[in-house]
Design a protein around this ligand. Structure first.
Ligand SMILES: Cc1ncc(COP(=O)(O)O)c(C=O)c1O
Length: 452
């Protein structure tokens, strides 16, 4: 295992030097050593069998009323999140845009969300013809700061998006009462948050809608795909009509279209994969949590680094799609950049804690957005896009780091991460962890058909 982990940096270097060899090695490694290396996703027997069934069945597209794969997935998903209705869609971003339109967002309406979420969130607002307005995050949680939401809320604010960033749960009780008090709609962007819980209730079950993604780097992956959940039956009908270019024939018996819509359908092939992934997810998540809990013990022995776990502060409530660290550069005696370089050089999968502040992207930084947001108070919107969001900026520059979940999916990977951290701290001249890494019984979660 130690030898394998030392090979990872060499394999990563191949990615630039000779991509075909890199991809061959990754493919072979995932197939033969997936459970030992703790990679995700990897090819699993149940998924292959489910896709084969769809292909042999001959019905590859979404149609209604035949007990098809997407309908079975919707039923299972609604049960998992504990919400009556689930609507399978093509991607998470599309699910967000459809939700906003179904909730009544119209041109000129503003939708507030944290400034350092995935740009997909802001673009989904724009694709729904709305205006994204950014708010800062709180330093304590790296998540949406309700005070900043209040600062930016205006007469045109129609909705608020709460993002369960990297699977850490948002403070939904506070945001729910903020939205209710302001008379605006609440959307949960749970694209990264499947399995997270807020005060015992699943992420996605608090908003007017909750939206999930099955794309790349998401909690479960189906090669794209998304899901909207809601407790509101009439909204569910509207959303189901909307995913067929807005055609109301199936839901309302009327051949008509009332608003611009999309092809929001999920392929039956994707639905089959996602349903199998969902069945294996509880075991996957519990193994991931075991790995992170073990790592938390190690982390307590390093200066200046700590876990950031969102509202509730518990490994058991987070989906841990990335494991977020807070760096106190002074206490750690090492900068974020040095830590990043040292870990990346040892093949540790890592990224920023949150995304870059969206206002730094060309569409918003230049005046391009003015061509697309044609209604509204352009002075106010421009001020928002040019605003310096202090906490988000600091988290991105120096205080936040994210460790990919692969680091926690096998015992060997956790040991490699801990050893790498120890080495990087030692090279920086900082005393490392006080004792040798603990051992753990956490093992990898994925296996051949029938096993997870
Ligand atoms: C927080 C967040 N919201 C929405 C999305 C969009 O999901 P999708 O890629 O399925 O459209 C992403 C994708 O990375 C995301 O990270």
């Amino acid at each position: 295992m130690a030898l394998l982990n030392r090979l990872i940096p060499l394999v990563l270097r191949l990615r630039d030097v000779h991509p075909p060899t890199y991809h061959f090695l990754v493919r072979t490694g995932k197939r033969l050593l997936g459970s030992r290396l703790g990679v995700y996703p990897r090819v699993m027997g149940n998924e292959v069998a489910a896709v084969t069934d769809v292909l042999r069945g001959g019905q590859w597209n979404m149609v209604y009323g035949r007990g098809l794969a997407h309908e079975r997935l919707e039923a299972d998903f609604a049960e998992y999140v504990g919400v009556p209705h689930a609507i399978a869609v093509g991607t998470g971003g599309l699910g967000l845009a459809m939700s906003m339109r179904a909730l009544g967002v119209r041109p000129g309406d503003e939708v507030i969300h944290q400034v350092d979420t995935c740009s997909a969130t802001a673009l989904s607002v724009m694709n729904a013809a709305g205006t994204p307005i950014f708010a800062d995050i709180a330093d304590s949680s790296f998540m949406l700061d309700p005070a900043s939401v209040e600062q930016w809320r205006g007469p045109q604010t129609r909705a608020l998006i709460a993002t369960h960033m990297w699977g850490n749960p948002e403070d939904m009780r506070t945001l729910r009462s903020l939205a209710d008090g302001a008379g605006i709609r609440l959307i949960e962007d749970a694209c990264l948050g499947l399995g997270a819980r807020v005060q015992g209730r699943p992420a996605g079950a608090w908003g007017d809608v909750g939206v999930f993604s099955f794309g790349c780097i998401k909690p479960i992956q189906g090669g794209e795909g998304g899901m909207i959940v809601t407790g509101d039956e009439s909204l569910a009908r509207e959303l189901r009509a909307m995913r067929h270019w807005g055609d109301r024939t199936i839901e309302y018996g009327v051949r008509d279209v009332l608003q611009p819509a999309w092809n929001g359908r999920m392929s039956e092939i994707v639905a089959a994969v996602v349903r199998e992934q969902l069945r294996g997810y509880p075991a996957h998540l519990s193994s991931l949590r075991e790995g992170v809990a073990r790592f938390a013990g190690f982390l307590r022995r390093l200066p200046g680094l700590s876990l950031v776990l969102g509202h509730g502060g518990s490994v058991e409530d987070s989906a841990l799609t990335q494991v977020v660290l807070r760096i106190d550069e002074r206490a750690a005696g090492i900068t974020k950049q040095a830590l990043w370089d040292g870990l990346a050089g040892r093949g540790v999968q890592l990224w920023h804690a949150n995304f870059e502040p969206i206002g730094s992207l060309g569409l918003f930084k230049g005046g391009e957005w003015r061509q697309w947001i044609v209604r509204g108070d352009h002075d106010r919107i421009g001020r928002n896009y040019a605003h310096h969001f202090e906490v988000a900026d600091r988290v991105y520059r120096s205080t936040g780091l994210g460790l990919g979940k692969m680091n926690f999916l096998s015992r060997g990977n956790v040991e490699h991460l801990e050893r790498s951290l120890g080495e990087v701290f030692a090279r920086a001249g900082v005393p490392g962890p006080a004792a040798a890494p603990e051992t753990s019984t956490a093992e990898s979660v994925v296996g051949p058909r029938g096993a997870r």
